[in-house]
Design a protein around this ligand. Sequence first.
Ligand code: FUB
Length: 460
Amino acid sequence: MRLITYTLLSILFLSIAGVSDLTAKNEAPPQRPIIQTKYTADPAPMVYNDTVFLYTSHDEDDAMGFKMEDWLLYSSTDMVNWTEHGAVASLKDFDWVPYDNGAWAVQCIERNGKFYLYCPMPGGVGIGVLVADTPYGPFKDPIGKPLIRNSSHDIDPTVFIDDDGQAYMYWGNPKVYWVKLNEDMISYSGEIMQDETTPKNYQEGPWVWKRGDYYYMAYASTCCPEGIGYAMSSSPTGAWEYKGMIMDASEKSRGNHPGIIEYKGKSYLFGHSYDLLKHITSKFYERRSVDMDEMIYNPDGTIQNRRYWSVEGPDQVGTLNPFQRVEAETMAWSEGVKTHFETEWEGDFDWARGEKIADRLFVTSINHGDYIMVQGVNFEEGAKSVEVSISPVYGGQIEIRIDEIDGPLIATIDVEFTREAGIWKELTAPVEEVKGVHDLYFVFKGEKDLFYFDWWQFSK
Ligand code: FUB
């Protein structure tokens, strides 16, 4: 059944993508977009301490139009395995925001050890700022009012700090506005300016960065569908000269929104796809997905064009260490599963330990045949056992396989049904010989609602 589903999905995806060279029988399904457990949009990647922190907006699972209440965080150190950290901020963090649907495109930036999250609220409500001591939050509103309230088009803020320490914020649809931020990052100086050279085909979603002597502004470009265009300048305040499309507008997509970083010597472009939605329906809803690929500069500083996201995605940079605790919500690809955050108050009492269960984010909605794939796991000289943290529901099995969903079985963990719902346990199983680097598949067997899955770790 799963294979039939794969084949149908492959045919559907490949015909949507117009990809002709990947039609071989039994071809693995495209494992894109990068996040499968939720609908995500408006990527805002930030590199801090050798980790990529990816802030996104969040399209609810039942969204028809925009239904966006909070902002999510994911992280990666290898650009293929992404760990979810849940919702790090929401509209509720602003006392002055009059609605609970309008958590549009944010950007987070670090300065002097503090993390500033710039949050637009559409409809003329303004752009707010939240501050935290860590990239994970908790984020608080330090000013209790909008940082920017200029027009009814105050959306899509992007913040850039130049080499001389001057910070700039840019935003707006259908014109680009900008202002100089003060060093405290929660106030500004001087007038709000409307950019006179709002670059060709600019729609919204500016993203500004510097490379060498050049300033770049990427943005959602052309409409509709939107691709990602860019302009260059010799100054952070323009004039901006249109240079072309980083990613073409594609019928496979609708809206777009760029985020661009350099990480471990490579450049990456993030933006939108609708491929996850298209896996379940051909109807259009605002249920977007963040996707990404490597971005390549030409020797003269211009950027190479790509038609759409590749099927294979970027190369993994580095490997994943299985001998440290890995959150179950770390994955390169998954099918069927969802994630859930439970606070100490909502969680059940752990009778075995006599204590309340701490806040945790874990994998839920685990049914027969679902699986999680973690890419490029380095077992070095081998592993002897594996431990998993599980909360049983009806019970079942985790088959741990390598390289393919039906590849060699290296461990099996039996999870028994228990009447004491909500109990978390650590279960251990021996591991068959496995050496070197492999993709790791956690394949779930049983009937339905098998268990919740919090983390896993191998031992030597
Ligand atoms: O996600 C809501 C809005 O859609 C964003 O603010 C725009 O950039 C577009 O992606």
